[in-house]
Design a protein around this ligand. Structure first.
Ligand SMILES: Nc1ncnc2c1ncn2[C@@H]1O[C@H](COP(=O)(O)OP(=O)(O)OP(=O)(O)O)[C@@H](O)[C@H]1O
Ligand SMILES: [Mg+2]
Length: 414
């Protein structure tokens, strides 16, 4: 029987609010978890950026990573620590690096998801290189953009095959706009995708390990109103379908933390954007949903750290493909079977049991914390970083009030 400490590292960039809340709630939980004969406590630290010896050991059991998609020194340090030191990290860095939106569409189309019709087109212009002219001269076929537009139909979306953050996304209403947008697309490799239009509901499903959270999404609103505050906006069947969709995607790609956007038209949910392995985690966009995210992050990282959950170094798609190869199985059943693989990989049942036994006070501790001045000052810090000075108090109050509304509802429901 020994007292041992598991270490969680936060690999951060511009994030401000969630780490402050995460660290303070973790502290308040005062965890001393009996585990396999030991008493396990948790420590949390921010990962620093510095030169490293590839053979130096890693002091963390779990790293919550927010840098891999753009900061390569941290990404490579994480890879080293997975390969050599048994680190568990959210998310799989190889998968974040190589699986763009395009791969995610192709894989999920193969699994049977109703992704809207999507084409890839060669770029309008190129960085001149020695091999470019002979390659294009020999092999690039002239194509009729208008004919492709007619095949897909209007309206459609033109967007980068590896997109994120609404970069270079445009809605295209007709052929003349399509030609104009293509002229403007420069060196970008673009998808053309049939619009789900008109849609009657748009949902973002956030997944964190086996946990999911559905939010109605209003893409035309300003940033602070895009995540709607509505509750109970879809049926339980629809909710389960979206949860199973998200769990499938996340387990397939090794993304413990990801979000999936789906739009509903004529009763069908079309997933359109689900390669988001560094999802928005800020109170300034999530507001009422922010406490869910912080709590889900805490639960999953504590579970992985305490149980020393082994990190899956390979993705292993074969079990998903085996189910996809059963065309006689109705899609909904296949999706459930994929999600069951996800639940197994995320150890859903063991996780629930762990939380019930070892984190029964988390909801209460977090509920208290989100009513404190410390929480409000974390919100204010994020608002200060994003908003002009004269709007800081107004928006801090707005997000604060939405979180207090969540607290009131959570209390009433408990
Ligand atoms: N096929 C589609 N049908 C309807 N709307 C679409 C479609 N594709 C994109 N959109 C709209 O354009 C927005 C941006 O597209 P998308 O989410 O694919 O890009 P992104 O750059 O990955 O965005 P994010 O900021 O979520 O990372 C979507 O939120 C949605 O409002
Ligand atoms: Mg999107």
């Amino acid at each position: 029987m020994a007292n041992v400490t598991r270490k969680i590292g936060l690999s951060l960039g511009a994030d401000i609010c969630w780490p402050l809340c995460y660290e303070q709630i973790l502290d308040k939980l005062k965890l001393e978890i009996p585990w396999r004969g030991d008493t396990v406590s948790l420590a949390c630290e921010r990962v620093t950026i510095e030169p490293f010896d590839l053979r130096q050991p890693c002091q963390y059991d779990v790293v919550l990573d927010r840098l891999t998609h753009w900061y390569h020194t941290s990404r490579e340090w994480i890879k080293k620590a997975i390969l050599m030191d048994g680190l568990y990290v959210l998310n799989n860095p190889w998968s974040v690096q190589s699986m763009e939106k395009h791969t995610s569409y192709c894989a999920m189309m193969h699994l049977g998801m109703p992704i809207p019709e999507t084409w890839m087109i060669p770029p309008k212009s190129y960085e001149p290189t020695a091999d470019l002219a002979p390659t294009l001269k020999s092999y690039a076929k002239l194509f009729d953009l208008g004919a492709i537009g007619n095949r897909i139909g209007y309206p459609m979306f033109m967007k980068p095959y590896d997109g994120g953050g609404w970069r270079a996304v445009s809605r295209v209403a007709d052929e003349s706009q399509l030609r104009k947008r293509y002229e403007e697309s420069g060196k970008g490799v673009m998808h053309l995708q049939a619009a789900v239009s008109p849609f009657d509901s748009f949902v973002r499903c956030i997944g964190l390990g086996p946990q999911t959270h559905l939010v109605r999404y209003l893409p035309d609103e300003p940033l602070h109103d895009r995540y709607s505050q509505e509750q109970n906006f879809i049926s339980e069947d629809d909710a389960q379908l979206l949860r199973d969709t998200t769990l499938t995607i996340n387990a397939f790609f090794g993304w413990d933390f990801n979000s999936c956007e789906s739009l509903r038209k004529d009763g069908t949910w079309y997933p359109i954007d689900f390669a988001n392995p560094c999802p928005d985690s800020q109170v300034t966009s999530l507001h009422r949903h922010f406490p869910w995210l912080v709590k889900a992050n805490l639960r999953w990282s504590i579970f992985c750290a305490v149980t020393k959950k082994p990190f899956r170094r390979t993705l292993d798609w074969e079990p998903f493909y085996a189910i996809a190869a059963k065309p006689e199985m109705p899609y909904r059943e296949r999706l459930r079977a994929y999600a069951a693989i996800a639940e197994q990989r995320f150890e859903a049942a063991r996780f629930e049991e762990f939380c019930a036994k070892h984190l029964p006070h988390l909801d209460e501790v977090a509920w208290e914390f989100f009513g404190t001045e410390a929480a409000k000052s974390a919100f204010r810090a994020k608002v200060t970083a994003l908003y002009p000075k004269h709007e800081v108090e107004q928006f801090t109050e707005l997000f604060w009030n939405r979180v207090q509304a969540w607290r009131t509802d959570a209390k009433a429901a408990s």
